[in-house]
Design a protein around this ligand. Sequence first.
Ligand SMILES: [Zn+2]
Length: 377
Amino acid sequence: MAVTYELIKVCKQSGARLGRVHTPHGVIETPAFMPVGTQATVKTMSPEELKEMDAHIILSNTYHLWLRPGHDLIRNAGGLHKFMNWDRPILTDSGGFQVFSLSNMRKITEEGVEFRSHLNGDRLFLSPEKAMEIQNSLGSDIMMAFDECPPYPAEYEYIKNSLERTTRWAERCLKAHARPQDQGLFAIVQGGMHADLRKQSAADLTSMDFPGYAIGGLSVGEPKHLMYEVLEETIPLLPTGKPRYLMGVGSPDALLEGAIRGVDMFDCVLPTRIARNGTTMTSGGRVNIRNAKYAEDLGPLDPDCGCYTCRNYSRAYLRHLIKADETFGIRLTTYHNLHFLLEMMRGVRQAIMEDRLLDFRDEFFTQYGLHDNDKGF
Ligand SMILES: [Zn+2]
């Protein structure tokens, strides 16, 4: 099998898992946060910088790379790793989420989804088979099954029909997957906020023996306490010997709460997206560097952070660059935010090793100034 999971230890205090995901391009220490590189680049970061902050894996988006520059070109370039000069693991999504969130005029049938490109309006068709063909061409270490992520809120009947179709699509993905020997295909458990539907989806998908399972359909606008409830109901239904990936989650509080509930992998555009407007995550909480109070602040962005940005530049300088729309300012805030989350996950893994993840969470929240888990990041 191309992708395997090794459980190292369960935290006695929290139940969180310390593990390793083995892939053809190396090992991912889990729980892990995956920076997002939508267009075959983590915006403004070079692969060398991502390695410097020790990102073990990045995520890339099938939909975007299919539309531009095209998966044939990337396959001919030697695959996505070679094309973007990244030799560590890559996870690609199925393209489904973008079809549902970016394009208008989409029509869902049993066969797949017809939609118009958000770039030029071209009529396109994405199906389980097509999603596999594209991801096989990209050559990612972990591929995702083609699914529908229903909006929140949605009618019970709609979610039930959608998840049953997603299960049939997962079966078709498994059949169409041409490179199971060097690419691991993960299935996605859906079912909205309904425990019985999550149970149905998990039972059907785990009977098909995928090398990993994702929990989809969360972090779609529901209150966080509801997301945690669904996780508590869903995670125990998944096999302990396979990795569990919570899609689209990247705020520090949700990473901690997810890990405590047994999640191994996370991804989110949050740290890179907010960095571009000057919002940073620091050990003392959220800092928007555009704020006037930092105009003459010559101290580092985060005195507790050892990253390149915090070692070399002041808040006043960062504020100046961001306000002047200088690319270097975006690079520096992006670097810090990614480093901050990756460092936090190193802390999470250490705390699991020491059986003290609940203490770690409480200490982190106190310092971060976060007392209500339904509040932002
Ligand atoms: Zn920093």
